[in-house]
Design a protein around this ligand. Structure first.
Ligand SMILES: [Zn+2]
Length: 55
């Protein structure tokens, strides 16, 4: 049985959404928001790595 419905990075809708949030904060010049968003991106990426869903 495969793990249910964990998308690969290529199919993942969260990756571009998280990156967009980070980019928006960067453009806004809000270092706290950008920092939080970057942490969220990294944590999310790590979850992909941990589950071996690199596509
Ligand atoms: Zn993702």
């Amino acid at each position: 049985m495969e793990h249910p419905a964990r998308p690969s990075i290529a199919d993942c809708p969260e990756c571009p959404a998280l990156k967009a949030t980070w980019w928006e904060a960067t453009i806004e010049g809000d270092p706290f928001k950008a920092g939080d968003a970057l942490v969220a991106v990294r944590r999310h990426w790590r979850s992909h790595m941990a589950e071996g869903t690199l596509g």
